[in-house]
Design a protein around this ligand. Structure first.
Ligand SMILES: [Zn+2]
Length: 261
């Protein structure tokens, strides 16, 4: 029998839990290391929907990117995912910021996905100066609209929101997820564009005032590759384990078109 502890140890090797941010809650969040883990269900988030799918597949462990316990847990009821997991005797390992920053993690994967289409050179820095995301120069110049179309196609987004900068885009910064707090760092690095997700209203003005192009490809579409990363690494390390990697898809629906107002 394979245990949750063995899977935890392997994930800790891929994306060391000690590299998590101070505010994060990464690790074995539900269950303990002695529980069985021969059947593992991988998801971006642990929701009631993904738990139902894990239960149907007979999974004993869920591995997710986002932590199932993040904000202070002040109350626990039967409709909460944590309750659902415990009731089904399913453990949960949640990785989060260690996978964002890991070599071979989410941002590395995004670089590999975009490298050819954007003619990117080597990585020359990180979006926040501490290791999150990357900065690279493109061998060809892009207008913001052109870049938005490339991002939409490669990342499979339903929609890409963007604002134009005041120059052709050559030096590009990217950090998946919700990383627009790094915008000032990226501006200070002299980047022409910053690609991330979850961009709030004020950030668009900060970008426009600085003349930098800003792209919101959505939180989901800049992180959903976490599932493939976990699946590949765990299948490699545990070839005889049953690894189930299904996507629940973007939880958000969109409607767009017309001129708006
Ligand atoms: Zn995220």
């Amino acid at each position: 029998m394979r245990t949750v502890g063995e899977i935890y140890k392997e994930i800790d090797r891929i994306a060391p839990f000690c590299t998590q941010e101070k505010w994060d809650n990464s690790g074995l969040l539900v269950g303990d290391r002695t529980m069985p883990a021969d059947r593992i269900y991988i998801s971006l988030d642990i929701s009631n929907e993904s738990i139902e799918a894990a239960k149907a597949a007979g999974a004993q462990l869920m591995v997710s990117h986002h932590p199932v316990i993040f904000s202070p847990l002040k109350r626990l009821g039967p409709s909460d995912p944590v309750w659902q997991l415990a009731a089904a005797n399913i453990a949960a390992i949640c990785v989060h910021t260690p996978l964002d920053i890991a070599e071979g993690g989410i941002n590395t994967r995004l670089y590999d996905m975009l490298r050819e289409a954007l003619s990117l050179g080597e990585i020359i820095g990180s979006a926040d100066g501490r290791g999150f995301g990357w900065i690279a120069e493109s061998g060809c110049g892009f207008e913001a609209e052109e870049l938005a179309v490339v991002l939409k196609d490669i990342l499979g987004c339903s929609v890409v929101r963007y604002c134009k900068g005041n120059r052709t885009i050559r030096k590009i910064a990217l950090c998946g997820g919700s990383s627009s707090t790094f915008l000032e760092d990226v501006i200070a690095e002299g980047c022409d564009a910053f690609i991330t997700g979850d961009i709030k209203h004020d950030r668009w003005y900060t970008a426009r005032n600085a003349g930098i192009a800003l792209f919101d490809c959505g939180h989901y579409h800049t992180e959903c590759m976490a599932q493939e990363i976990f699946a590949e690494k765990l299948r490699e390390a545990f070839p005889d384990a049953e690894i189930i990697c299904e996507t629940q898809g973007d939880p958000v629906s969109y409607v767009w078109g017309g001129a708006g107002r």
